[in-house]
Design a protein around this ligand. Structure first.
Ligand code: NAD
Length: 341
């Protein structure tokens, strides 16, 4: 359809500036593990980009940041093709937007049929760390990669092998011939504070925040350096698999626990909006006393058949959404200045 409004020079200019800024911030964030602006500022720019594209579809290029998973692959690491693509997540920034998203998804699911059943919502914490993709063959860890641009990631196997929690061999029986386990590597909040205290005591510069620290730790050239960092991981998904019998993501998590994979203790399968809102409030109230930092809540359709029917855009699954908590002013112990988180 023809756009109703022809973009004026200034809209095009704003758009091009935004594209450049988003690219620059993404490069610093993903390549250099360094945030030049707060996540809230970045999210606002990205959202403005999406708004302009919605009003002026003719401006949208195939390589627009909104059409891509925002990671880069550094030549410092060997490139790894994921067997199944990795995605980002659609964000919502208010409870009203979340309600609208759930209503729309529920309506689409009702159209598919779903046996007349309302969807079950797998609700999880959004861990602020770095996504990894672990390839297991016949129960053995073959390699580990970063998300990269979603299609190609960086080979970080040597570093992932230093994380004790990640089994190099699965226990039990019945695991698939091949399976990509997706999860988030993070540094627990307490361990991060202790690690930084030790750095300061040694006269070194402290790390800026647990997310960038986790990302930087995993992308070290020397695994001995990575081994010094208090890294952990929780599973939050699955990619390619051959011969996995489970029919839902939560059933897969239960199965993965039996195989010795680290599944988050925080996930719940919920029936609808009121329960999801209660979950958001409960974890919002205690978000600073959890094991790890979170930047939101992820809500996913639990059932695999429905996930498949809903599918993906070029950047995100249509069966999941991330609710981002509003940014808050906090005092960091380290810097004693007010920063946006
Ligand atoms: P995202 O972080 O919003 O969502 C996708 C990622 O969430 C997944 O890849 C996965 O790694 C992670 N995740 C954590 N818990 C999860 C769970 N339970 N289930 C599924 N996935 C889970 O998207 P993104 O594309 O990785 O990056 C955007 C994020 O990075 C935003 O938060 C943005 O603010 C931040 N960012 C900040 C800057 C900056 O300059 N400050 C720059 C670029 C990106």
């Amino acid at each position: 359809t023809e756009p109703e409004v022809v973009p004026s020079g200034s809209v095009r200019e704003e758009y091009e500036n935004l594209v450049d800024l988003v690219r620059k911030y993404r490069f610093a964030y993903y390549q250099e593990d360094n945030a030049l602006v707060s996540d809230a500022e970045f999210d606002a720019l990205f959202r403005r980009l999406e708004e302009i594209e919605a009003l002026h579809p003719e401006l949208v290029a195939n390589d627009s940041p909104t059409q891509e998973v925002g990671g880069e692959v550094s030549s410092a690491f060997a490139a790894v093709e994921h067997l199944q693509r990795m995605y980002s997540l659609e964000d919502v920034f208010s409870l009203e937007e979340l309600e609208a998203w759930l209503d729309k998804a529920t309506a689409s699911i009702a159209k598919i049929g779903n046996g007349g059943m309302p969807p079950a919502w797998l609700t999880e914490l959004k861990i602020d760390g770095l996504a990894v993709n672990l390839l297991y063959r016949d129960g053995k860890l073959i390699r580990a990669a970063t998300r990269g641009d979603g299609t190609t990631g960086e080979d970080i196997t040597h570093n992932v092998l230093t994380i004790k929690e990640i089994p190099q061999e699965l226990s039990g029986t019945g695991f698939p011939a091949e399976m990509e386990v997706r999860g988030e590597v993070f540094i627990p909040s307490t361990a991060f504070a202790e690690f930084n205290d030790a750095l300061i005591a040694a006269g070194k510069a402290p790390l800026a925040n647990p997310r960038n620290a986790a990302a930087g730790s995993l992308r070290q050239k020397d695994p001995a350096e990575t081994a010094k960092r208090p890294l952990r991981m929780f599973v939050h998904g699955i990619g390619a698999r051959e011969g996995l019998g489970t029919l839902s993501q939560s059933a897969t998590y239960e199965q993965m626990k039996e195989w010795g994979l680290p599944v988050s203790p925080y996930y719940e399968v919920l029936g609808g909006l009121p329960e999801v809102l209660e979950f958001i409030k409960r974890y919002g109230d205690k978000r600073h006393s959890l094991l790890h930092e979170i930047d939101g809540i992820v809500i996913k359709v639990d059932d695999y058949a429905t996930q498949r029917s809903l599918g993906y855009t070029s950047r995100v699954p249509r069966w999941a959404v991330a609710y981002k908590y509003p940014p808050e002013e906090v005092h960091t112990k380290l810097l004693d200045i007010a920063v946006n988180v």
